[in-house]
Design a protein around this ligand. Sequence first.
Ligand code: NAP
Ligand code: MG
Length: 401
Amino acid sequence: MEKIKMTTPLVEMDGDEMTRVLWGMIKEKLILPFVDLKTEYYDLGLLNRNATKDQVTVDAAHAARRLGVAVKCATITPNRQRMEEYPELTEMWKSPNGTIRAILDGTAFRSPIVLPCIKPVVKNWEKPITIARHAYGDMYKAVDMTTDEPGTATLTFRGESGAEKSLTVQTVNGPAVWQGQHNKDSSIRAFARSCFQYAIAQKQDLWFSTKDTIAKVYDGEFKRIFEEEYETSYKAEFEKLGITYFYTLIDDAVARVIRSSGGFIWALKNYDGDVMSDMVAAAFGSLAMMTSVLVSPDGIMEFEASHGTVTRHYYRYLKGEKTSTNPMATIFAWSGALKRRGELDNLPELTAFGRRLEEASLETLESGVMTKDLLPLVEPGFQARGVNSEEFLDAVAARLV
Ligand code: NAP
Ligand code: MG
């Protein structure tokens, strides 16, 4: 069989622990036999980040800027415990995802992989719900303080021009707690653009919700910027594709989401997205089945699994055990990147292969062959057999030839 040709490379960001092991297996069994793979390879494994003083992460992100499509393996974000585990670390390197997100100015979109034998907790959810969380500001960059006497707090902005704007927050007659929050127009706008870009790429409706009836100015700015971007840059394309941009209040959105059949993208402010993404993920089933795409305002996409490096399985693997780690989200990261590369480079065969890889993986699960994490989630009466990662990948590969 002739291998599918690529024209432009995609950026390959390797990672750590069990997902690094899966990464190699996925390439060997599911990609390389079928695709004449072209990648620019960056080793984001912790030891190489350390050896390069994290320059490799920055280089990888800039390569994604240049080439437009990337696929990333899960990586360790070092903490104090990891500093003890890896004594050679010269610094507690920052989260690679954070670094890449900052360079791409991107928004992460998380979606579950859904299949008939695993029903979501919400029984009318038939299609995936994709959550887009704004990842800058609000409560996450707030300053807080407590005070213990009667008095007045004011909010003052001092411009570089010397002009000042000030208002009273509140006068209190006893101890109180305070918080100062901000967001930036540029960040909200980048978030909006990423959302519209991704909705167009996915040909799905985009929902956005805030609490602008209460936070008239603050959330009102979010609403206004989204509307402005939609009207000036995306409306025509949305109408052409027959998709809609829908704004509603967060409480109304929550009620509608629960009653919906899914199949749309839900954009949320930082805190709302933090909360709702965990709720939606839990209702759809398993962390191992959540995929994630980082999308920049100009449409650069970096595909990855939502889960981490699955450390506990890695230690069992190091002892020689064959683990049953679920490779689905990492397979879908690869298929997503190949499909996007195919679309951008006008290579329908590559796009079709990405789709076929997804179908073969889903068919394998539907045939009852799955990693053990999914066994407790299948519908009653569904006959399923737990296999290890390698056996699962072999079963998918057998459907590809
Ligand atoms: P994790 O790697 O996602 O794993 C947490 C637990 O979830 C696992 O122990 C496992 O449960 C289950 N699980 C997750 N993915 C699975 C899969 N594919 N198949 C089967 N079970 C799966 O999270 P963590 O243990 O909190 O973090 C480990 C490392 O990953 C950390 O160093 C963290 O910094 C990093 N991390 C990286 C990213 C990223 O690169 N995007 C994201 C999150 C975390 P059982 O052990 O019960 O089987
Ligand atoms: Mg959360």
